[in-house]
Write a protein that binds this ligand. Sequence first.
Ligand code: TMP
Length: 214
Amino acid sequence: MHGRLITVEGVEGVGKSSVLPVIEKYLAAQGVEVLLTREPGGTELGEQLRDVLLNTEQHILPDAELLLMFAARAQHIKKVIRPALANGQWVLCDRFTDSSFAYQGGGRQLGFQRVDVIAKWVLGDLEPDLTLLLDASRETSLERTKKRRQLDRIETEGDEFFERVRTAFLERAQLGPARVKVIDANPDFDTVANAVCLQLAECCSRWLTETAEP
Ligand code: TMP
């Protein structure tokens, strides 16, 4: 039996970290074995690259940023994601390739085409089964990030950068509507959590039936 890859995406402040435990709990209640992981990160090398990528002291050019994100991803896919999927585990990943399209392709203005070349190289035939894209207005996201500790290198970018990132995420959803489900993350936590569970229920019942069929 092959597992499923579920990714959670969105601009900082949309509430990813609050929603991830809800998803984990929902899947566990369906009797699914879940592996929660994140990008950049998820392996020893990936976590070291994450430190470099988010360190405010680093000056990283857009191409270098893109390549470092994918270096971490290559390690993550081979060492963690593919083995877990092959083992029948469901992988729940906090950010994945759509973030590279949104932040490097959109935010840094490298364009989708360039990201696509490296994505094809690193991912091969791997694609998330479901991507939950949490989407909120810039005002809502800003209000939520204000409460945070110190900002990391990417979080220090300005409004225009984050508007481009948000637009690029929504473009990704338009390009793959069967895979990417946009969740309105503007309302309160319970409303967002309910919307996420509804979306999961729809996909899970289909997948679990497929798995059960001889
Ligand atoms: P977060 O996981 O706390 O949101 O922080 C990760 C940061 O890295 C966030 O600002 C988004 C950024 N990022 C990219 O720019 N490109 C990528 O491919 C990934 C996975 C993350």
